[in-house]
Design a protein around this ligand. Structure first.
Ligand SMILES: Cc1cc2nc3c(=O)[nH]c(=O)nc-3n(C[C@H](O)[C@H](O)[C@H](O)COP(=O)(O)O)c2cc1C
Length: 390
């Protein structure tokens, strides 16, 4: 039977409309989710890293959010389980020049690219990273409650939850200034905006979560006060980079220290967390969940990205299990590509969220965006084959 394609509905087209955020236009709504790879020798992106990101831009990705890039702070980075000194930096002439090559290549392929600024906070393994002698920093000197459900390798879990001293005012200012410096460097390197890693149990999230923030000064207390550190980073970055460039903010309920942790049990509580960040200048909330297609709160429909958008009036991005049959961290017989896109398309068309981030699918197949558009089969995501940047 011959199918007359003129009468087929092209539902995927909705995801291929451009989006302008501040002065930057993304050609479509498909985003490469930030993914640490550990392939930057001495923290400097090289030709292989350039080619890796260029392939994703050539494959039609609208926006690339880079792997986590360590901010310019001695305690930002420790062993991430991927070998020594191969997590990228964004300070110093060599790192800026390395990233400049990458951003030029992505722009030449029609894409946009922003770095994910990362400080590991309490999750940094003491005695490791580029500055092993510096103390690990966190708001209250606490790693988090022990014995919770987590997938962290035992060698990364401390035997005592008290890992150091609470950060002083001076420590806090140093960390904020490090984010600010790197944001300025990002613009020199040709990036199109800034993404902040505010989830997964790292420094900004250590302030957001009561499990790691016991402070009673202006950086702790209720939810809004626990957002003050993240909000101050956003405010300082906004002042430094001006009005043209978007700021993305990733947040998560779950923490690596505790998969069942929650910042908020209700939409009202989520508003207490996110509104100070929105007021400070966040443009897009990146709601990190394992399944984009699950309700964020009991008795309320809507996923976490949808609630972030509704609560703050800002844009939002969904992520988690797009084109994959298993969520990240799920046990089972391996994640495989899936072509069940109906829930994604329907939710997007209902304007629940504005952008869609793809993680593992995008590692597996650099042409993910183009293939999604034209309904071609994806290459598989095979973590065991992950020995090179493809
Ligand atoms: C290899 C790998 C590295 C990751 N590194 C980061 C990271 O540096 N920063 C971050 O916020 N999320 C990181 N993530 C999480 C992804 O951004 C994404 O949220 C997650 O994989 C869920 O999306 P997916 O189901 O499409 O894979 C990583 C995921 C993978 C698979």
């Amino acid at each position: 039977m011959v199918v007359d394609r003129r009468f087929e509905r092209d539902e995927r087209a909705a995801l291929f409309t451009p989006l302008t955020v501040r002065s930057v236009t993304f050609r479509n709504r498909i985003v490469m989710s930030p993914m640490t790879r550990g392939y930057c020798p001495d923290g400097i992106p090289d030709e292989a890293v350039l080619a890796y990101y260029r392939r994703r831009a050539e494959g039609g990705t609208g926006l690339i959010i880079t792997e986590g890039v360590a901010v310019d702070h001695a305690a930002a980075l420790g062993d991430a389980g991927l070998g020594e000194n191969n997590i990228p930096l964004l300070a110093g002439d060599r790192a800026i020049a390395g990233w400049r090559m990458v951003t030029d290549a992505v722009h030449a392929a029609g894409g946009k690219i922003i770095p994910q600024l990362w400080h590991q906070g309490a999750m940094r393994k003491p005695g490791t990273g580029p500055f092993p002698k510096s103390a690990t920093v966190s708001p209250s000197g606490i790693w988090g409650p022990l014995g919770r459900m987590t997938s962290i390798a035992p060698s990364f879990i401390p035997s005592d939850p008290h890992i150091g001293e609470p950060m002083t005012e001076c420590d806090i200012e140093d960390a904020i200034a490090a984010f600010e410096r790197c944001a300025k460097n990002a613009l020199v390197a040709g990036f199109d905006g800034i993404a902040l890693h505010g989830g997964h149990g790292y420094l900004i999230d250590n302030f957001l979560w009561e499990g790691t923030n016991r402070r009673q000064d202006r950086w702790g207390g209720d939810r809004a006060r626990r957002s003050a550190f993240g909000a101050e980073i956003v405010r300082r970055i906004r002042t430094s980079i001006g009005e043209e460039f978007p700021i993305f903010f990733r947040f998560s309920q779950w923490k690596q220290q505790d998969f069942r942790a929650k910042l908020a049990d209700t939409p009202e509580e989520l508003a207490e967390v996110l509104c100070p960040l929105a007021d400070a200048g966040v443009d897009v909330f990146d709601a990190s969940v394992r399944y984009f297609n699950s309700a964020a709160f009991e008795r309320h429909p809507g996923n976490l990205a949808g609630w972030a958008k509704r609560i703050t009036g800002k844009l939002s991005m969904a992520v988690g299990g797009v084109g994959m049959n298993h969520g990240m961290y799920d046990k089972g017989d391996g994640a495989k590509a899936s072509d069940d896109f109906e829930p994604l398309i329907q939710r997007f068309k209902q304007e629940e969220f504005d952008l869609v981030a793809v993680g593992r699918g995008m590692i597996g197949d650099p042409l993910w965006a183009d293939k999604f558009r034209s309904r071609r089969e994806f290459l598989p995501y095979i973590p065991e084959n992950d020995a090179t940047l493809f």
